[in-house]
Every structure is written in C-alpha cells, then in structure tokens.
Design a protein around this ligand. Sequence first.
Ligand SMILES: *Cc1c(COP(=O)(O)O)cnc(C)c1O
Length: 361
Amino acid sequence: MTKITPQPGIMDIAHYQGGQSHVAGVAHVIKLSSNENPFGPSPKAIEAVRDSAATLHRYPSTDHAPLRDAIGARHGLDPARIICGVGSDEVLQFVAQAYAGPGDEVIYTEHGFSMYPIIARMAGATPVMVPEKDRHVDVDNILAAVTGQTRIVFVTNPGNPTSTMIPESELVRLVEALPDSCLTVIDGAYAEFVDDFDGGASIVDRFDNVIMTRTFSKVYGLGGMRVGWGYAAQSIIDVLNRVRQPFNLSLTALAAAEAAVKDEEFLSHCQAENARLRVWLSDELAKIGVLSDASCTNFILARFTDQAEAEACDDYLKTQGLIVRRVAGYNLPNALRITVGDEDACRRVVEAITAFKEGAA
Ligand SMILES: *Cc1c(COP(=O)(O)O)cnc(C)c1O
C-alpha cells in the first residue's frame, strides 16, 4: 500500500463527465451535448491561429494586455479589471483557490454547473448545494444556507442546464443580503445569447465582492482553445493574478480569442441564428408534448414524462446519430439538454423526437 495520500477532500472529487461525442456503429453524428457553436469558430480566429504558428518558439504575453484591451473595448469595461484564464473554468478555480479553504463553505445551486463542487473540493472547501424552485435559482434558498463559514456563492446566469435567468433585481437582492466577506460569482457563460444583456457587469461595478466570469467556449466557438475571463473589482483581480501562472494562456489561444472578440459580424450571425432556431425547436417540440422553459441560452432543456422516457428517447436519438445530454446528474432526471444546432440539426432533432413519440423506439 502506498503511503502517499492526497490532501483531504481530493478523493471526494467526482471525475467531470463531458458531453459524449461518438456513438459506436454510427458514422456521422451531430454532437448536441456540449453547447458548442454549430457554426464553428470565426474565420478570423482560424486565420489568427494559422498566423500564430510561425512564432510558436516565443513565450506568450504574461499580462494578456492585447486580449484584455479587445474584451474591454467590446464590452465597455476597464481592461485593468479583467483577468484571463484557461477557459472560465480556470478563473473559477482561481476564485476558489484564493478565497476558500478547509472549513469554508461554497454554495452552489441544485441544477448548477458540476464544476462548482469540484472546484470547491480542489481548494479543500466544502460544497453546499441549495435547492432551486421549478428550475429557477431561488435567492431565499441561497440566503437560508449561508453560515459564518460561507465564503463563495456560485450562480450561473443564464443557467446551465436550466436555460432560465435570475432577474437582475434578485441578483442585487442576493448580493446585498450576503455578508460582505462572501464573494458572489456570476457565471455568464451564456450571457451572449441574451439580447442587450451585460452578463452582470453593472452589478460588478456596484459591489466589490462580485465577480462575473465569461467564456470563449460557447458563442465564440472556441471551446477547443480554452479561453475565458473574469471581471471584478481591482482588488479581487489583483488577488487572482497572484495564483495565476504567468503563461497560462498559449500564444495561439490568445491570438484566436482576440480575433474572435473583434469579429462582431460573425458574432451577430451566430446570435441571430441561435435566437431564431431555439424558439423554433422548442415550439416544434411543444407541439408533440415535449415542453421546455423559454431558453435564454444556446440549448433547450426538453422535459419528458419521466426518467425512463427521457432515457429511451436519448437512446433512440443516438441510433439516429444525434447526441444530446442526459442531466440526471444535475437533478433533472426526466429531461434532456439539447444544444441548438444549425437548421438541419434542429430539423433532425424534431423529426427524430417526433418518430420516437410515435413509437419508433
Ligand atoms: C460551458 C460553461 C462554462 C465554460 O467553461 P470554459 O472553461 O470556459 O470552457 C462555464 N460555466 C458554465 C455554466 C458552462 O456551461
């Protein structure tokens, strides 16, 4: 027996389950399980990646100034108060590492992103799950769970896998009611899919104990590149930069993200197509009795009669080359999360679920 033992809490971490991307025996699959952009990355990002190849012998920027400037310009934010990470996951990890440790509690909500409890445990802290109400984050439930040990509250807005939103007034009520010593993280991974929405930036500007995180993995189609960022008070960004490795983002990733954030035309196209198709998809499924909440994201959460029907439908979709996501692990056993693909993918989903409902399975 080895005498080498990991830190307390590490063995309680469940391995992250990613979206499936292959089906045995099916050659051409459409992957709708990880909320990726069906239109791929911006052509300008692809070009920037190619151009970066010639300078791969150079270390990348350590302060990410060009990317932070580009993000700041696009969103009207002070670049000095932005931090970039290897996906927003890394920014979330900085937050937990810097602000929570053994004996501390980290609150997340019932249907919240599965990385939150993982990240809390990585820091040695104790994750505390709070119930939601009909697939919506409930501020009173969060407040009821706060103790003297609570250091961080994670909320996703809009939510994954619920696709619902927390009204701004409720978020402000939450931040105002939390102890000053507690940091609120507003995870805005899907913020770009909501019209005229700042993702929580104005709340960050009002309070010095709030951080907003954002990602290039969803609307920008750069999940494979691993780039995310956070926006908070200068004092928080200063802390997080101390636990950030100096060369956390590769030269190629920085170049791709900078080109992507400057390509407004591609962004608008992806936003418009998603907005159109998510309504179509959810309306068509509603006609055959598969309901979903109005989506504020690039996926819908389709609800079935029970867990058995959801699983049977998932199995049938796989035989049709359509990979969606089971969300029983998110306390939503009777639902499937379906990424809004391109028009062809959405039509195939509706056809397949219709056939399933008519007894094809
Ligand atoms: C996809 C997603 C992220 C993004 O993670 P990255 O590390 O930036 O790829 C963050 N939070 C939620 C809720 C997500 O669904």
